[in-house]
Design a protein around this ligand. Structure first.
Ligand code: MG
Ligand code: MG
Length: 259
């Protein structure tokens, strides 16, 4: 059963996801060597609450914080801590909010200071794999068209696709059907319909695709210790073109000021 949204509900989801986009941009301003991931979490929580929303992840299945902060070989679901970011790190920040009853959910992987060319390339390919997947979110296509587009782009760069974690529908619940894998075959899977809102969120590894979960019950890391990158959009399936509810525009503006 897919939860198809009315136009009004899509607008509420747009507002929720815009708040996540703006929260991530607030963090872009302060991500630098020397800041702890817990500090980022506190800034995000305050910003979300100042905007009359509540953190979407805090308390979800007992997750303790507002953000998932995943550094270097951490793939997703890292818990904010006193870890101090270092020059050359990459950090995936996944952020969720609930605004007027609807979830926003997006992620971006940030460079910390100056990063290696290899890591830059990993980030570029992951982000582009998300863009290519999102272009397939058109009514009449199938989930597999998105999955294939993401996988094809990521693997064309020599990177590997995490399979244990997938994208999902989004609405009044953080995770709704359908699952949106980042690997698969064109023409397979559930048919996309107008009004469906989904999160597409490639998790792409520099080394092997294999991951394992840490004893904290949350953090997922690469088995080989190589870095991983994660970008996530919430999108509304359109009739002729995709309607991306997330925007990285504010983040890009902040990052261009740092350069
Ligand atoms: Mg997310
Ligand atoms: Mg998600």
């Amino acid at each position: 059963m897919l939860h198809l949204k009315t136009e009004e509900q899509v607008e509420l989801l747009r507002a929720s996801n815009r708040l996540v986009s703006r929260t991530l941009a607030e963090l872009a301003r302060i991500i630098k060597p020397g800041i702890t991931t817990l500090r980022l979490d506190l800034v995000a929580e305050e910003f979300i609450r100042d905007n009359k929303a509540i953190p979407g992840f805090k308390g979800y299945n007992n997750f303790p914080n507002t953000l998932c902060t995943s550094v270097n070989d951490e793939v997703v679901h890292g818990i904010p801590s006193d870890y101090t970011l270092k020059d050359g790190d990459i950090i995936s920040i996944d952020c969720g909010v609930i605004l007027d009853g609807f979830y926003g959910d997006s992620a971006f992987t940030f460079p910390v200071g100056e990063i290696s060319d290899e890591k830059k390339r990993l980030l570029e390919y992951t982000r582009e794999s998300l863009e290519e997947g999102a272009r397939q979110a058109i009514a009449g296509n199938r989930v597999g068209d998105i999955s294939w587009a993401v996988q094809n782009k990521a693997e064309s760069g020599g990177f590997s696709v995490v399979r244990e974690l997938v994208g999902h529908g989004l609405g009044k619940n953080l995770h709704e059907p359908p699952e949106v894998p980042n690997y698969g075959r064109r023409g397979r899977g559930p048919k996309l319909k107008e009004g469906l809102v989904i999160c597409i969120e490639p998790m792409i590894n520099m080394g092997s695709r294999n991951v394992r979960q840490m004893k904290d019950g949350w953090t997922v890391k690469t088995v080989d210790g190589e870095p991983s990158s994660h970008f996530e959009y919430a999108v509304a399936v359109g009739t002729n073109e995709v309607d991306i509810l997330t925007t990285f525009k504010f983040i890009d503006e902040e990052l261009s000021k740092i350069k």
